[in-house]
Write a protein that binds this ligand. Structure first.
Ligand SMILES: Cc1ncc(C[n+]2csc(CCOP(=O)(O)OP(=O)(O)O)c2C)c(N)n1
Ligand SMILES: CC(=O)[C@@H](O)[C@H](O)COP(=O)(O)O
Ligand SMILES: [Mg+2]
Length: 640
């Protein structure tokens, strides 16, 4: 010993090429250092921790055995990819994770050649991987394609669509099922029970046993490949797992933390002349960090925390979160109406339905990561007279759009959509932004589309949706806390399609949809100081539109501004279309619609995204000046 502290192995690894120069015997140490670095980085940035800790050894083994980036590794969801990012040239930026201008919290093609496919919405990896495998075969390439998909993600229909196709194409594709018996919450569904049986029914396979499995199933790996003949039918092998019935060679289950098993087995799979192969690895979410291992959610998503104690930083809220208000209000409504039931797609805590489930366990349904199924399942419930509240984040509801059209709207079934995380979500970035729901829902005939301006209005809109029994309805609300307004004891049923005027003016009219109302009121006060008397109205409904209110504003003001935290074509689009049809522009009406930028906005703090999008009071005021042709003043206001 020279007495000098040993240089940490991780300091010698910038890319997987460096990693592959290390002796195999040093990989356990490297994994330990990688785990510590991951914990330290996330303690500073916050983000997704448990999933990444569960794949530290697997990440090391994959980059050691496979010739990345030529060999493709696709991480499903991508929330577990922080160790992958550290080993693939991004350790120097890992403490910028999910920060302004920092690394994405998911895999991202534009970020690294080691990220062959972007992710964040789950269960896409096998489809993408199969596409890459077929592209390889068409161009006579020989690289490997590996998809790492979790047991939770394996509950989504898209994974089966992909496996069904892969089993038929028989492309060389390796799917690694990372089974940690966790989704965000404990996993649900028959697949989870099936996997548990697979794992409990067999001790972890050692390399020798797996080699025997492979020999039996893939004789050509170990025998003369020339003997490969077409009549080789899958019937040769036994096992009969669901995956084998889908045309995969099933291998496992193996211990996903044991490098002595992972390395030789991955080498065998890498060299297998055909596929697809599914390797079932069993891991522990939160592995190697006691606070995560002990936590019910295995530290799936964490704030900044103290590494020693695991104690997370918790901001003191000034008001209840919209999510909590939704859950508590729905509980109250359900106490009075036993037809109310609730459906979540694997997001009980995120949507607040964990609270509803504690109150009404038999009326709460977690269907797994299966938004398409969730929507049509809710439609089935509605068709039998129940009042289903389908609580799905705006971004994830995109997965069930055809089901909303085909199974809900066309049949006019009264499914209630509680759309959380509407608008900017901040650190999760563009894949999770709740941008499009107003647009894709107002496009549907007969849909009732609401947005509360604050948490009190949310209470009323929930009561209103309970009462709407002859049409599908939706209400959208942002991630985070409310404005701190006094809460009503009970929700009142609102008049459908009616907005409300909160402030009377004479020259400018601001028509807000959703939580931008607070900034609209602030903007009105500022406009008054310029002698621009301003009316502010809360639309409450994007559909049916309050056409009388819109016409009144258009006829009695010089400028109309609509503002919403949604993409172009939503509420503002409805107003524009109506006014155009009513000939309002023939009379020279000046109108501007303020919406989220027509781009995929990178992660940042939500409040910064509001400002940079011009959806704050200053942006509204500047837009008024621009509409009045006073561009210089507008520019000065924007720069102030
Ligand atoms: C379509 C979709 N719905 C919901 C989510 C939210 N979500 C992110 S990770 C996750 C659980 C994933 O579980 P699993 O695949 O087992 O990964 P693990 O966290 O256990 O490693 C869920 C539900 C998502 N990312 N995409
Ligand atoms: C990875 C994923 O999709 C979820 O963990 C998501 O990040 C949760 O979002 P919230 O933090 O807004 O609940
Ligand atoms: Mg899991």
């Amino acid at each position: 010993m020279t007495g000098k502290p040993e240089t940490p192995l991780l300091d010698t690894v910038t890319t997987p090429e460096d990693l592959r120069r290390l002796p195999e015997s040093s990989l356990v140490q490297l994994a330990a250092e990688l785990r510590a670095e991951t914990i330290d980085a996330v303690s500073i940035t916050g983000g997704h921790l448990g999933a990444g800790l569960g794949v530290v050894e697997l990440t090391v083994a994959l980059h050691y055995v496979f010739n990345t980036p030529a060999d493709r590794i696709i991480w499903d969801v991508g929330h577990q990819a922080y160790p992958h990012k550290i080993l693939t040239g991004r350790r120097d930026r890992i403490r910028t994770l999910r920060q302004t201008h920092g690394l994405s919290g998911f895999t991202k093609r534009a970020e690294s050649e080691y990220d062959p496919f972007g992710a964040a919405h789950s269960s896409t990896s096998i489809s993408a991987g199969l596409g890459m495998a077929v592209a390889r075969d068409l161009s006579e390439g020989d690289n490997a394609v590996v998809c790492v998909i979790g047991d939770g993600a394996m509950s989504a229909g898209m994974a089966y669509e992909a496996m069904n196709n892969a089993g038929a194409l028989r492309s060389r594709l390796i799917v690694i099922l990372n089974d940690n018996d966790m989704s965000i919450a404990p996993p649900v569904g028959a697949m989870s029970a099936y996997l548990a049986r697979l794992v409990s029914g067999r001790a972890y396979r050692s390399f020798r046993e797996v080699a025997k499995q492979l020999t039996k199933k893939l004789p050509r790996i170990f025998h003369d490949k020339a003997k490969q003949t077409e009549e080789y039918a899958r019937g040769f092998f036994t096992g009969g797992t669901l995956f084998e019935e889908l045309g995969f060679y099933y291998v496992g289950p193996i211990d996903g933390h044991n490098l002595d098993h992972l390395l030789p087995i991955l080498r065998n799979l890498r060299d297998a002349p055909e596929g697809p192969i599914l390797l079932h690895v069993v891991t522990q979410k939160g592995k190697g960090y006691a606070p995560a291992e002990a936590a019910a959610d295995k530290y799936h998503g964490v704030n900044r925390f103290d590494v020693i104690t695991g104690k997370q930083a918790k901001a003191t809220p000034n008001a209840p979160s919209y999510t909590r208000v939704f859950a508590e209000t729905l509980i109250k409504e359900a106490e009075a109406d036993d037809k109310i039931v609730a459906v979540t797609a694997a997001m009980p805590t995120g949507t607040g339905l964990d609270l509803f489930g504690q109150a009404f366990p038999s009326r709460t349904f977690d269907v797994g990561i299966a938004e398409q199924h969730a929507v049509t399942f809710a439609a089935g419930l509605a068709s039998e007279g129940y009042k289903p509240f389908c609580a799905i984040y705006s971004t994830f509801l995109q997965r069930g759009y055809d089901q909303i059209v085909h199974d809900v709207a066309i049949q006019k079934l009264p499914v209630r959509f509680a759309i959380d995380r509407a608008g900017f979500v901040g650190a999760d970035g563009p894949t999770h932004a709740g941008s499009f729901d107003t647009g894709f829902l107002t496009a549907l005939p007969g849909m009732i589309v609401m947005a509360p301006s604050d948490e009190a209005e949310l209470v009323h809109m929930i009561a209103t949706s309970v009462a709407i029994d002859d049409a599908p309805s939706s209400f959208r609300y942002p991630r985070g806390e409310g404005v701190g307004i006094d809460m009503p004891a009970r929700g009142e049923v609102l008049p459908i399609g009616k907005g409300r005027i909160l402030r009377e003016g004479s020259k400018i009219a601001i028509l807000s949809f959703g939580t931008r109302l607070k900034d609209a009121m602030k903007a009105a006060e500022e406009l008054d100081t310029y002698g621009l008397s301003t009316t502010v109205a809360d639309a409450r409904f994007a559909k049916p539109l309050d056409t009388n209110l819109v016409l009144d504003l258009a006829r009695n003001h010089e400028v109309v501004i609509t503002v919403e935290e949604g993409a172009v074509g939503g509420f503002g689009g409805q107003v524009l279309a109506f006014l155009a049809g009513a000939g309002a522009f023939d009379r020279g009406l000046k109108i501007r619609t303020l919406v989220m930028p027509d781009e995929f906005t990178d992660h940042d703090k939500p409040e910064a995204m509001i400002v940079s999008s011009g959806l704050d009071a200053r942006g509204i005021v500047a837009t008024v000046f621009e509409a009045l042709g006073r561009g210089d003043e507008a520019a000065a206001i924007r720069l102030a």
